[in-house]
Design a protein around this ligand. Structure first.
Ligand SMILES: [Zn+2]
Length: 423
């Protein structure tokens, strides 16, 4: 396989898909928008041209299948999402779709047959831009679809159920998308790193060990509002300064985490009814904590909340916090991690093992089956979720070569299903 030329083909395919956007200036592709439907149509064409058998499921996922022709063969699913965040990047998600399509075309052309069926899935939705419904595309496959999102409305008041019917999809068919894990080999996803680690290390590829789980709290600090000019400093119960100290405690605790890295963010910070000449009486902020393992993450959270309570007691303010999200970390399958690392090493490249700080479809799929994930260096300082996101053709080509090597090694250990009645 000519690595650079397949890399160029992958980059060109991402750029081609990136021409479709809901807004003319950036790259925004929301679930079932006109741009979304155009991308889905192009993916169907690309899959068919690569020799894949194409279907679209009840949710709008685009599936391309390369059957190996052996009775009882299991299926390896590989894919990623083709929706974007508002003003996102061209490689986020799409890389994990067009790379396996390019490889499928290569396999079709060379006549090489893997000993398992390959299924490329372009997931219709992962980012949750339109309906705040993350993992919409992958969740039904593992029986984790939350049917209540069907009744949700978008910013223009269009219910998801109606948007789906309008696009010719079948909301009532979603429950039937669940796959029998027995028939599956597992799930593999290639994704742009979305961070600067590989770029700073000067390395093209990273082997993901675990996908970080996130825990979120919504916090409220209740102090005493007062006149900014008349209340002496020692007599104040300033909710704003208390909350600021709490956020610093969050940062200090995460920076001090040893072993497994923990990242903490207070992405929202608000003085309720704040005014220039009023001592803040109430402040709200959010905590988002992530780590590749649940234990270190939960210990950090407990410490941070304890610090918040101590700060509140010392400053004479009230503190309340409410858990708003708790997603456990998903470890990648150790034997697959080793096989993928070996495939990277076989290319003469370092196989850095690293956690994923961001959530991916692999996290959802990995709850029901073996799973592995490959990261590809993100250019331009590691910026992602932005039109500034870049990737080199050389890196994309190396990712394709590592992927093919990994698939071949999976093929050497694959066991077919026992003979019996087939679907
Ligand atoms: Zn993504």
């Amino acid at each position: 396989m000519e690595t650079l030329s397949i890399g160029q083909e992958i980059i060109a395919a991402c750029e081609q898909l990136g021409r479709h956007s809901d807004d003319p200036d950036g790259l925004t592709v929301a679930y079932l928008s006109p741009a979304h439907r155009a991308v889905a149509a192009e993916l169907q064409e690309a899959m068919a041209a690569a020799g894949l058998t194409v279907t679209v499921d009840a949710l709008g996922n685009v599936l391309g299948r390369l059957a190996c022709g052996r009775t009882g063969a299991r299926t390896l699913i590989t894919g990623s999402h083709f929706d974007t965040v508002r003003n996102g990047g061209r490689f986020d998600g799409r890389l994990g779709i067009v790379l396996p399509i390019a490889l499928a075309r290569h396999l079709t052309e060379t006549g090489e047959r893997l000993p398992f069926d390959l299924e490329v899935i372009a997931f219709a939705e992962e980012e949750g831009l339109r309906y705040a419904s993350t993992f919409l595309g992958s969740s039904p496959l593992v029986g984790q679809f939350d049917a209540s999102v069907l009744e949700r409305s978008d910013a223009s008041g269009v219910r998801m159920r109606d948007a789906m019917k309008d696009a010719g999809l079948d909301p009532d068919g979603i429950a039937g998308l669940r796959r029998d894990p027995e028939r599956l080999l597992g799930y593999y996803e290639v994704h742009i790193e979305q961070g600067p680690v590989l770029l700073q290390a000067g390395e093209a590829l990273g082997v993901v060990t675990s996908i970080a789980g996130g825990v979120r709290h919504s916090c409220r600090v209740i102090g005493t509002a007062g006149h900014a000019g008349t209340v002496p400093m020692p007599l104040r119960h300033d909710a704003g300064t208390a909350a600021a100290e709490m956020v610093l405690a969050l940062e200090t605790r995460c920076r001090a985490a040893e072993g497994v890295a923990v990242v903490g963010t207070a992405g929202r910070f608000e003085v309720v009814r704040g005014a220039t000449n009023v001592i803040p009486g109430e402040c709200r902020f959010t905590i988002d904590l992530r780590a590749a393992e649940n234990g270190p993450r939960d210990r950090s959270l407990a410490d941070v909340l304890q610090a918040c309570r101590e700060i509140a007691a010392r400053r004479g303010v009230g503190f309340e916090s409410e858990l708003t999200m708790n997603v456990p970390a998903t470890p990648c399958t150790p034997a697959w991690v080793d096989a993928l690392a070996a495939a990277v090493t076989a290319l003469g490249l370092p196989a850095r093992r690293m956690p994923s700080g961001a959530g991916h479809d692999a996290m959802m799929m990995g709850r029901a089956m073996p799973m592995a994930m490959l990261f590809v260096r993100c250019g331009n300082g590691g910026v992602s979720h932005s039109p500034q996101e870049t990737m080199s053709a050389a890196d994309a080509g190396q990712a394709a070569a590592a992927t093919l090597g990994f698939w071949r090694s999976l093929g050497r250990s694959v066991r077919d299903l026992p003979a019996g009645p087939r679907e």
